[in-house]
Design a protein around this ligand. Structure first.
Ligand code: SAM
Length: 336
């Protein structure tokens, strides 16, 4: 069955597949096509020109003869509705915070019966909270644990979701950051968690060094395990406060990653201190719809000026919507 599709090199295929999923235009009714070099990703509609612009270079709109997808069972087949859940490794997290115990159990059993890769179903009892950005969970069904190994872009991340932060929702963002890093760069990941930015960068690029800092001892314990699990050597895992650690590594960073969106602004002095002349700060924030970037840029500028330096904004973007009228944003600023 010939259908319109995106032709992309196998290397970039996973990133483009995720972009199509986010745009909700990947056609799941047929199997993804492949030859020696390329993947062929089937589309439910032609991407708009501005959507195409966000794809990597060298993707091509073409046609391909796809095979029909045999339909795998889904929880909806048993429940009559499609439950919202997120998958991290072999754990499913139910997304509706208002589910009562009985309904949660019914959904969990449908997930376990239809999704052989899922071994445990959890229901978050709190939002992501506190300095260490963790949640409490109830184990609804399956194996009684909150630890899992999640695979992303050829890397593996072991994490206990009740002890350290991790979300697959930032996977596209992580692959985007990669494009900024050049061979030989020094990268400081100020809020590294279990290492999804640091490990990916160390594995995919040839940075001279990645300093991965986190204050949560459990996160750093998993970060160290993940360094071993992914056989990466050029990362130094540091358990400590990013503000204190910044003083020891002043002026060393080509890139400073600030993935602590609610509080990153409090650490801007330290991020500026870390950057080499010409180094880049990757700043994350949670901002309101009517002031997506300007106040944050002003804060970065003020921190730089306090240190007698200037900034040049290289890019600003919405990463994802966070809550009604609130967005998770990223600003890339060069510190001169
Ligand atoms: N970058 C990781 C990721 O994408 O999974 C983790 C991001 S999580 C939003 C922020 C992390 O910052 C948490 O792991 C938390 O423990 C850590 N953190 C909070 N305050 C810190 C501080 N003062 N110094 C170092 N790490 C801190």
């Amino acid at each position: 069955m010939k259908r319109q599709c995106i032709k992309v090199s196998k290397k970039k295929g996973e990133a483009v597949r995720r972009m199509l999923l986010e745009l909700e235009i990947l056609d799941n009714s047929v199997k993804i096509g492949a030859d020696e070099i390329f993947l062929y990703l089937p589309l439910t509609r032609e991407p708009a020109p501005e959507e195409l612009e966000s794809f990597p270079e060298n993707v091509e709109l073409t046609k391909f003869d796809f095979k029909r997808q045999e339909k795998k069972p889904v929880p909806e087949d048993l429940l009559g509705f499609s439950p919202a859940y997120e998958v991290i490794g072999d754990i499913a997290l139910l997304e509706d915070p208002d589910l009562d115990t009985q309904k949660a159990l019914k959904i969990a059993n449908a997930i376990l019966r239809t999704q052989p890769n899922i071994k445990t179903v959890l229901k978050p009892l709190t939002p992501v909270i506190g300095e260490f950005r963790v949640r409490e969970f109830e184990i609804v069904a399956g194996e009684p644990r909150t630890e899992t190994i999640h695979r992303e872009y050829g890397c593996r991340y072991k994490v206990d979701l009740a002890r350290a932060y991790f979300t697959p929702r930032l996977s596209t963002e992580r692959s985007r950051i990669l494009a900024w890093i050049k061979e030989g760069d020094t990268v400081v990941d100020m809020f590294a968690g279990v290492g999804p930015y640091s490990v990916l960068i160390a594995k995919s690029k040839k940075p001279s060094k990645v300093l991965a800092i986190d204050k949560n001892p459990d996160a750093v314990r998993y970060l160290r395990e993940n360094i071993t699990l992914n056989s990466v050597k050029n990362i130094e895992a540091i358990e400590g406060d990013a503000r204190e650690e910044a003083k020891k590594f002043a002026g060393t960073a080509d890139h400073v990653i600030m993935n602590l969106p609610h509080n990153a602004f409090e650490f801007l002095d330290s991020a500026v201190l870390l950057t080499k002349p010409g180094g880049i700060i990757h700043y994350y924030g949670i901002t309101p719809e009517d002031d997506l970037f300007e106040s944050s840029i002003e804060l970065i500028r003020m921190a730089a000026e306090k240190a007698g330096r200037k900034i040049k904004v290289l890019e600003k973007r919405v990463v994802r919507s966070y809550a009604p009228y609130q967005y998770n944003i990223c600003i890339e600023a060069r510190v001169i």
